[in-house]
Design a binder for this molecule. Structure first.
Ligand code: AMP
Ligand code: ZN
Length: 468
C-alpha cells in the first residue's frame, strides 16, 4: 500500500508523490529558544521524526530542515508585546545571545535523547537576516508591504485566498476583533520588519533599507525553507497552533513573492494536553520538561513510546499513569528483544501489515498493535528479532542499542549468585531455592531466564531499582 498523508491544505488524506522522484524536501518549524522545550513541543518533533522515518522506509531520500527561532517571536502572535528572547534575557540576566545558545544546546540534547534523527540542516534565524531582508524587498516590489511607525507590515487584504490553510473567516475576524490592530490596516496583517524603539537599545538588531530593527517571526521560515529546499517543496510541518497564523503567513509571503504555496503537503501534529482543555505552554511557566521525567527515573524513550500510542492527529492527554504504562511496555519489549538471537529473517506477512498501518497516514497506534501481536506469536525468536528490528527503523526505540543498566552488586550477593549458579548446574534445585530465599531476605530478587540468572534489586517500597 503506497504512502498516504493528511494534508491540512486540502483537508484530505491523499497519496504522497514527491515533486522530484525519489527525493523529499521537508521543513519543520523548530523551537523558539528563550526557554526549555516542554514535552508538548517534543511531541510535535516525535511526530515529524516518525514521518521522516516512514518516508525513508518507503524508499525516499529525505532532506530534513529544522529552524531555530532565536529572534523575532513576540509574546503575542498579533505582533504586539516584546521579543521573547529579550524578555528571557531580562528574566535571567544573561544576554539574549547567550540565552539562545544555551537553550539551543538544551534542545539538541532533548532531540538526541528522544532518538530524533539529525536534520540535514539546522538553520538559525539570526544567521539568515540577509535572506529575510531580501525577501521583504521582493514583497515590497510586488506591492504587499506598507509602513507604520513601528515597522513594515504585510497587507493581507491584497490576497483573495489569504488564510485558506486555516479556512479563515476574515470578515468574522475583522468584525469580532478582540486584539488591538494599532496602525495595521487589518487584524490579519503581520509584521515583516520591526523597528528598534528610539529610546531602547536592543541586543538583537540589524540595519536594513527601512531602518534599524529585527525581522518578524514568519519571514524567517519563508526565507530559510526557500533557501534550503526551494520555493516549492514536498512537506511543511509544525504543531496545530501554527495553522491559523504562522503557516498562513508563511504561505501568504511565499505566494506574494514567488507564486507558490511553498509546500505540497502541510502537516500538523496535534497537541499534548495536561488536562482536557489546558494546552501546555512555555509562556505559562508551568510545564513538564524531558528533564522532569528523567528526574523521576523515566527514560526519555518511554515518552517517545507514549507518543506512538496516539495518532498524531488526535490530542494526547498527558498523565503520569500513562507514562508509567509506556515505560512498563517499553521495558517488557526491551527484555523480550534482548533474549532473541540474531540471524533470522523478517516475517513478510507481519511486515506488510505494519507497513500498511504506517502508510495509512502514520497510524502508529495500530502499527504498535501489530508489533505486540508479532511478539506474542509463536514465530521463531530469530524471526521476531529480525522483524522487530525492521519495525524499529520507524519506531526509533533503539532496541538494538539498548543495554540493561548495570549496577554494582555487593560482594556477598555476588558470592551467593555464583554459588546458586553452581547449584543450578548440578541440578541441586533445593539448594538453588534456598539461596533464592536468602537473596530475597537481603532485598534481591532472582529470576531464572533462558540465558542464566537475572538479578533485580528491590527497594524497601518493593520497586525495582535495576537489573542485570
Ligand atoms: P515553539 O517553541 O513555541 O515555537 O513551538 C515549537 C513547536 O511545538 C511548534 O511546532 C508548536 O506548534 C509545537 N507545540 C507547542 N505546544 C505544543 C503542545 N502542547 N503539544 C504539541 N506541540 C506543541
Ligand atoms: Zn516556521
Amino acid at each position: 500500500m503506497p504512502l498516504a498523508l493528511y494534508d491540512t491544505w486540502s483537508r484530505t488524506v491523499r497519496p504522497f508523490t514527491p515533486i522530484r522522484a525519489g527525493h523529499v524536501g521537508m521543513y519543520c518549524c523548530g523551537p523558539t529558544v528563550y526557554d526549555h522545550a516542554h514535552i508538548g513541543n517534543l511531541r510535535t518533533y516525535v511526530f515529524e521524526d516518525i514521518l521522516r522515518r516512514s518516508l525513508t522506509r518507503n524508499g525516499f531520500e529525505v532532506r530534513h530542515v529544522v529552524n531555530i527561532t532565536d529572534v523575532g517571536h513576540l509574546t503575542s502572535d498579533a505582533d504586539e508585546g516584546e521579543d521573547k528572547m529579550e524578555k528571557g534575557s531580562r528574566r535571567t540576566g544573561e544576554s539574549a545571545w547567550a540565552i539562545a545558545q544555551r537553550y539551543t544546546e538544551a534542545f539538541v540534547a532533548d532531540w538526541h535523547a528522544l532518538h530524533l534523527l539529525e536534520p540535514t540542516v539546522w538553520c538559525r534565524a539570526t544567521d539568515h537576516i540577509a535572506e529575510q531582508i531580501a525577501l521583504i524587498g521582493e514583497l515590497e516590489r510586488a506591492g504587499y508591504v506598507y509602513r507604520t511607525d513601528d515597522g513594515l507590515y504585510f497587507d493581507t487584504g491584497k490576497q483573495d485566498n489569504y488564510g485558506f490553510l486555516a479556512r479563515l473567516d476574515r470578515g468574522g475576524l475583522q468584525a469580532g476583533k478582540r486584539v488591538a490592530v494599532g496602525d495595521k490596516r487589518s487584524i490579519t496583517d503581520f509584521a515583516l520588519w520591526k523597528f528598534s524603539p528610539i529610546d531602547v537599545t536592543r541586543q538583537m538588531e540589524w540595519d536594513s533599507p527601512w531602518g534599524r530593527g529585527f525581522p518578524g517571526w514568519h519571514i524567517e521560515c519563508s526565507a530559510m525553507s526557500a533557501k534550503y529546499l526551494g520555493i516549492w517543496f514536498d512537506i511543511h510541518c509544525g504543531g496545530e497552533d501554527h495553522v491559523a497564523v504562522h503557516h498562513s503567513n508563511e504561505i501568504a509571503q511565499t505566494q506574494a513573492a514567488h507564486g507558490t504555496r511553498l509546500a505540497n503537503f502541510w502537516m500538523h501534529g496535534h497537541f499534548l494536553t495536561l488536562d482536557a482543555d489546558t494546552k501546555m505552554s512555555k509562556s505559562s511557566g508551568d510545564f513538564v520538561r524531558l528533564q522532569t521525567l528523567q528526574r523521576r527515573n523515566i527514560d526519555p524513550v518511554a515518552y517517545r513510546y507514549l507518543c506512538l500510542t496516539a495518532h498524531y492527529r488526535s490530542q494526547l492527554h498527558f498523565s503520569w499513569a500513562s507514562l508509567d504504562a509506556a515505560q512498563t511496555a517499553l521495558n517488557r519489549l526491551r527484555r523480550l528483544y534482548s533474549g532473541w538471537p540474531g540471524g533470522g529473517r523478517v516475517d513478510p506477512d507481519f511486515a506488510a501489515r505494519f507497513d500498511a498501518e504506517v502508510n495509512e497516514d502514520l497510524n502508529l497506534p495500530r502499527a504498535l498493535a501489530v508489533l505486540w501481536e508479532l511478539v506474542k506469536s509463536n514465530l521463531p525468536p530469530a524471526t521476531l528479532r529480525a522483524t522487530v528490528d525492521s519495525f524499529d527503523t520507524v519506531l526509533g526505540l533503539g532496541l538494538r542499542e539498548w543495554r540493561p543498566a548495570v549496577f554494582d552488586i555487593p560482594e556477598n550477593i555476588a558470592v551467593l549468585l555464583s554459588e546458586r549458579e553452581r547449584a543450578r548446574a548440578e541440578r541441586n534445585w533445593a539448594r538453588a531455592d534456598e539461596i533464592r530465599e536468602t537473596l530475597n531476605a537481603l532485598g534481591w530478587r532472582v529470576e531464572d531466564g533462558k540465558v542464566g540468572q537475572r538479578l533485580i534489586g528491590i527497594t524497601t517500597d518493593q520497586t525495582e531499582i535495576g537489573s542485570e
